[in-house]
Design a protein around this ligand. Structure first.
Ligand code: FAD
Length: 419
């Protein structure tokens, strides 16, 4: 395996690095660097504009739709450089990485012209309306229906787990548009405005006080007839692409956040003496090895994607299963290392000026989460709670195993219900 990137990619890396050095605040990333809440707010506002001016938002999109037409290799380099310095990529996760690329691939010219600039500018934020109370892993059993009434689709049904629905302007959802057709063939992919009478959003509060996902009820909700992506009753194929984007992002950068977090867990073990416990040492050594395996598997996935060798999807499934289970186990270990301290609320949010607003943080793969003000979980505790969900969202670990079993190992296909 040749681990060197081609010279053109390295030249591009130099360009990105120089831009970041010039544009990030002085001292960014240095030990002890911190910002007040006000500084952070003004940085976030200004940063989005700088990213847009620099052309770094959705830079892999074609230039005609506001991107830079970056190759896969250059996109990887861009992600790596931002991840190296922990520089925030502006992210409406659902717009930038899921529905945007889906519209690029499947949308009509009118949909591209209307939605893509608004995704780039952040004018429209999104949520994903796939899962329903009885349809998660078995998504094709979904029951939400849409029927045409003149120039509009009328939508009735319920979605659940809908992350950021309470903040979103639009939902990209799957609805059954031909109930008579076999179940994979009667589904359409619709772009539906959230702020309307027929949509009711009910946030679900979690144990750490945050409520980043919701139940969403549709009662004669409406969207224009033309807001169907990829053709009426063709939504299953379109949705499979969206899910592929969801599982496939950040192959070569994902390990960095785990390494950083592991470094802080090791430091905590050294501080409280748990690093002398042989079982803790073993657990930490295992975690360290797994982060290295993730790094190498990321390069393997990149090689597969560059060679277009058709194993990229299976590698994506394997990576999702591997990192999510790694993270769940490592956060269990982290809480064990903290001992009693891990059980009490030691986070900073209870004490300070940010209480009224609530702090926000970016969780890769999910987006911005808004913890409940006054409930001071620490960063480690928040990560521990959140890690419980990571083997579920974006396809459960068991479903990823099915994909690996069937597509990589060639095992017999799982029996499926008829239809
Ligand atoms: C934090 C979070 C955020 C989410 N955000 C969104 C969102 O924004 N939009 C959205 O549409 N959805 C979202 N989801 C939903 C997510 O996609 C589903 O939870 C997931 O697909 C699993 O579906 P389910 O919860 O219905 O579980 P089920 O499908 O009922 O599964 C229950 C258990 O059975 C196992 N199982 C099911 N089928 C099989 C099988 N064939 N073989 C082996 N084991 C199987 C599963 O692995 C699981 O352990 C989110 C979920 C979480 C936890």
């Amino acid at each position: 395996m040749d681990l060197n990137y081609p010279p053109e990619a390295e030249a591009f890396r130099t360009e990105v690095r120089a831009w970041l050095e010039e544009n990030l605040p002085a001292g960014w990333g240095a030990p002890g660097h911190s910002m007040t809440a006000d500084e952070r707010a003004s940085f976030s506002a200004e940063w989005t504009k700088r990213l847009a001016d620099g052309g770094w938002i959705c830079a892999s999109w074609p230039a005609e739709y506001g991107g830079r037409g970056l190759s896969l290799m250059d996109s990887v380099v861009l992600n790596e450089e931002f991840a190296r310095l922990n520089a925030p990529m502006r992210a409406d996760f659902f717009g930038d990485t899921l529905v945007g690329p889906t519209i690029l691939k499947w949308g009509t010219e009118e949909q591209k012209q209307y939605f893509l600039p608004k995704i780039l500018s952040g004018e429209i934020s999104w949520c994903q309306g796939f899962s329903e109370p009885d349809s998660g892993s078995d998504l094709a059993s979904l029951k939400t229906r849409a029927g045409l009434d003149g120039d509009e689709w009328i939508i009735n049904g319920q979605k659940v787990w809908t992350t950021q629905a309470q903040y979103a302007d639009y939902v990209f959802l799957l609805a059954r548009t031909n109930p008579e057709a076999p179940r994979h063939q009667g589904i359409s992919y619709l772009l539906v405005p959230m702020r309307q009478e027929g949509i009711h959003v009910r946030p679900i509060a979690q144990v750490d006080g945050s409520a980043e996902f919701n139940e969403v009820f549709f009662t004669n909700a409406r969207c224009p007839k033309d807001n169907v992506v990829g053709g009426v009753n063709n939504g299953w194929a379109v949705a499979m692409d969206t899910l592929g984007f969801e599982r496939g992002t950040s192959a070569t950068t994902g390990h960095r956040r785990f390494q950083k977090e592991l470094d802080s867990i090791i430091a905590a073990a050294q501080r409280n003496g748990k690093s002398k416990d042989p079982l803790v040492r073993q657990g930490l050594a295992q975690a360290w090895s797994k982060v290295k395996i993730m790094q190498i598997n990321g390069l393997r996935t990149l090689t597969s994607a560059l060679n277009n060798d058709h194993s990229t999807t299976a590698l994506g499934a394997m990576n999702k299963m591997y990192w999510s289970e790694y993270h769940r186990d490592t956060m269990n270990l982290a809480i064990d290392i903290l001992g009693m301290e891990g059980q009490i609320l030691t986070g900073g949010r209870a004490s300070g000026a940010e209480e009224d607003e609530g702090d926000t943080e970016f969780m890769p793969g999910i987006g911005i989460r808004h913890p409940r003000p006054g409930y001071p979980v620490s960063v480690t505790q928040a990560s521990f709670f959140f890690s419980r969900s990571e083997t579920i969202w974006g396809g459960t670990a068991q479903i990823q195993r099915n994909i690996v079993g069937e597509r990589v190992l060639g095992l017999p296909k799982e029996p499926k219900p008829a239809g």
